[in-house]
Design a protein around this ligand. Structure first.
Ligand code: ATP
Ligand code: MG
Length: 320
């Protein structure tokens, strides 16, 4: 993406003082301003006219504009893919987890969501010819289930230097839903600095679920989640990176998250344009997992079987 301004203070109308304030609020790059809304900046204390001027300048600066379908096709050809470790699972999702989109893995406890996150944080570091993007991973952990030892064994089984792999996973624990939102809002600087190609949010929904209890808080929860997803997708597009999020579902009929419609309020834009959803389930007494693609903007629905072993996510042998 060509860019006229390197720093936010180069934008017309952004003084050093305002730049400092914007940075504090998470708007540390021209991209983040270009993808902000006027109301977000107004909420940050900038007056409306000023906010709209700054955003326009940033947008011109990074040349967000109409494109022809041919140009769009070229942007799409830049889509990168990260292998999951299983060729069948990769095939199901169109050749691996894609950049410029959010891929959601959902399923009940122990279905393998966090294992896939660990594996992808390792695999994104592989060279392109081995199914990676030669980049690092940003790992937002909401349930304190990230385990460096697990990364080490996955890295070793791929013949990678485990210390180097751990070095390229940038980790933060999110303590609340607001903290989680803030981490994503402030991610753009580190994405640039560390050549991040994958953002993981494991789990996307756990804090929201526990903090916004009851029907009357549902609209607020959905709105916040939606905004969070939009921010993620904007990062994916601005930097050509992948986002992987997880979502636990319970088989309780009154649990809104157990239905397929997780983001009913205003969420259909995300849901239909850049959101792949993969439902995972366990097979009792076996390391096998069944993945089902339930919603993808352009791929057919289908299923794939894979397994989780000490080595990580793998294909199932014909004899298993
Ligand atoms: P939750 O909703 O509770 O977060 P989850 O979907 O994230 O669940 P995971 O933590 O990814 O579930 O999966 C845990 C399962 O992964 C274990 O039950 C086990 O089957 C498998 N697993 C984890 N570590 C290993 C390992 N070292 N070797 C083999 N299998 C493992
Ligand atoms: Mg988990």
């Amino acid at each position: 993406m060509s860019q006229r301004y390197n720093d936010i203070e180069e934008l017309p109308g952004v003084s050093a003082k305002l730049a400092e304030k914007l940075r504090e609020l998470g708007y540390s790059t021209v991209e983040s301003i270009a993808t902000a809304t006027v109301s977000e900046l107004v909420a940050a204390g900038v007056d409306e006219e000023h906010a709209s001027r700054i955003i326009s300048a940033a947008r011109e600066g990074i040349e967000i504009a109409w494109v022809t379908a041919k140009e769009l096709a070229e942007i799409k050809t830049n889509i990168g893919r990260i292998t999951t470790g299983s060729t069948r699972l990769d095939l199901l999702i169109g050749g691996g987890v894609e950049t410029q989109a959010i891929t959601e893995f959902f399923g009940e406890f122990g279905s393998g969501k966090s294992q896939i996150c660990h594996q992808l944080a390792v695999n994104v570091q592989l060279p392109v010819r081995r199914g990676g993007l030669d980049g690092s991973a940003l790992y937002i952990d909401t349930e304190n289930t990230f385990r460096p030892e697990r990364v080490t064994s996955m890295a070793n089984s791929l013949g990678l230097n485990a210390d180097e792999v751990l070095e390229r996973i940038i980790y933060a624990e999110a303590y609340t839903s607001d903290h989680q939102i803030l981490l994503v809002e402030k991610a753009d600087k580190i994405i640039k600095e560390k050549n991040v190609k994958l953002i993981i949010v494991d789990s996307l929904t756990s804090h929201f679920r526990s903090e916004y209890l009851g029907r009357q808080l549902l609209p607020e929860r959905q709105q916040k989640l939606n905004k969070h997803m939009h921010k993620l997708i904007r990062l994916c597009r601005a930097f050509n990176i992948a986002a992987v999020v997880t979502n636990q579902v319970m088989s309780r009929p009154d649990d809104i998250f157990s239905t397929m419609a997780v983001y009913p309020i205003g969420g259909h834009i995300v849901g239909h344009t850049s959101h792949n959803r993969v439902f995972l389930r366990k097979v009792a007494g076996k390391p096998l997992r069944i993945a089902r693609l339930v919603s993808s903007p352009y791929l057919p629905e289908g299923e794939a079987v894979f397994k989780i072993t000490e080595r990580g996510v793998e294909d199932v042998e014909a004899t298993e």
